[in-house]
Design a protein around this ligand. Structure first.
Ligand code: GP9
Ligand code: MN
Length: 421
């Protein structure tokens, strides 16, 4: 019931970091382009395969003066995979422990980033060359207040333009940027890529680097599809420039979840040259997070430890939108008050000094097992975060919250009951 929200709301109000003065509004009024880098893990950034870069464009971008790159950023998805990442990004809530929220709670009330940007005059869209009902997106996007869903029907898939799960990322990017030229501005659009998806199949002519040589065909092929995805991002940048959309946009890119599961640990160990302990497994949940602001000029590698839950407040503040009244679990990564505490959907967590995984507490610098007492104080808070978020979703509690004035909308009986407590 609504009174549960009182407790959650108090918790959230007590934990919201103030936006950074320097970054607040840095991209105000611009078009916002968010790209989901399918299955891209951070080890591919600045990584090599037989002497060739896996992600030459993105790796170069980490050093770019208009880019802030976050190397210590983790995904927090569960069974809902890509859709969970979309859910986290839009709402700064954790996904569910069982099943995809996109399927189980698509009728809920949410206070999405799309809704907030929509309320401040933005046209909101998602571009993805897959059938619209996949992950129940068509239903969920209505609850998230996304104005326009350009699904597979909106794309022309010519001869040789499809592989693996569907349309290849390069033609997808070309057509997506073309579609953007038709959108009312300013717009907020999210592009979901597809080629770098398990089982990572690619046509011969699109293979730009060699396969790996482990016993896992999955991992061997992954490098090539990741390389192809990287190329498609370069194509997107070029097209945006060509179409005159680049200068007045901000481009945000994030990896949605791992591509290589623990079933391939032996092959991963061969590539990384070290054993995959539970500590290493947790570190492999790092996904790239890029914020690219043309003309910004003060790009840097930002080592702040964060997760997908932080995307919403970070972007909203860049866009000049306050989030202080919102029900959200993440914090602005640019804020001095941002807390380095990342909770995975399965209960593992990362702090500024430790990694808690496989019920072992590791030192984050050395990966060596340390005293459990160092992780102990965070075990309860990690569970609390997940539980509070879960109660919001299961109880559809945002029905009872008015984010415009930060007031709870409770019935008289509920208020009376609270007063008695
Ligand atoms: C499908 C794409 C991939 O539309 O988002 O989904 P995933 O299997 O990664 O969740
Ligand atoms: Mn995915």
């Amino acid at each position: 019931n609504g009174s549960e929200l009182v407790e959650v709301n108090n918790y959230i109000r007590a934990n919201q970091p103030e936006p950074s003065d320097e970054m607040f509004g840095a991209a105000e009024g611009r078009n916002l382009i968010v790209v989901t880098l399918e299955s891209l893990q951070s080890f591919t950034i600045n990584g090599e395969m037989n002497g060739k870069p896996i992600t030459p464009f993105l790796s170069e971008l980490t050093k770019d003066e208009d880019t802030i790159y976050f190397p210590n950023f983790y995904h927090q998805t569960g069974l809902g995979k890509t859709s969970d990442s979309e859910f986290i990004l839009e709402n700064s809530l954790y996904p569910l422990s069982g099943g995809a929220v996109f399927f189980t709670h698509s009728g809920n009330t949410f206070n999405s980033m799309a809704e907030s940007l929509g309320n401040s005059g933005y046209h909101t869209a998602v571009q993805h060359a897959n059938t619209k009902s996949f992950w129940n997106r068509d239903m969920m996007y209505e609850s998230l207040n996304i104005d326009q869903f350009l699904d597979v029907e909106s794309y022309t898939i010519g001869e040789g333009d499809a592989v693996n799960w569907g349309m290849k990322d390069i033609p997808f990017m070309e057509q997506s940027v073309e579609q953007m030229t038709e959108m009312p501005q300013p717009f907020y659009t999210r592009l979901l890529t597809l080629t770098n998806h398990h089982p990572f199949y690619l046509d011969e002519e699109d293979k730009m680097i060699e396969e790996f040589n482990s016993s896992s065909g999955t991992l061997n092929r992954y490098f090539q599809t990741a390389r192809y995805l990287d190329e498609s991002i370069e194509v997107m940048f070029d097209e945006l420039k060509e179409k005159g959309l680049y200068e007045n946009s901000i481009i945000v890119m994030y990896g949605d979840h791992y591509g290589i599961s623990e079933n391939h640990n032996e092959a991963m160990a061969q590539y990384l040259g070290k054993e995959i302990t539970p500590f290493e497994s947790a570190q492999l949940q790092k996904v790239p997070f890029f914020v690219h602001i043309p003309g910004y000029g003060e790009g840097q590698i930002n080592k702040e430890i964060g997760g997908q839950i932080d995307i919403r407040p970070t972007i909203m503040h860049l866009m000049g939108l306050e989030t202080e009244k919102d029900i959200q679990f993440g914090g602005d990564l640019f804020s001095e008050e941002h807390e380095e505490f990342v909770v995975f959907r399965d209960g593992r967590f990362i702090t500024d000094q430790h990694v808690f995984a496989g019920n072992v507490c590791y030192d984050i610098e050395t990966g060596i097992e340390t005293d459990m007492a160092s992780c102990e104080p965070y075990i309860e808070p990690a569970l609390t975060e997940l539980e509070y978020s879960e109660s919001i979703i299961n109880g559809d509690l945002l029905r009872f919250y008015d984010e415009n004035n930060g007031q709870l909308i409770l019935s008289e009986e509920e208020l009376e009951k609270l007063e008695k407590e």
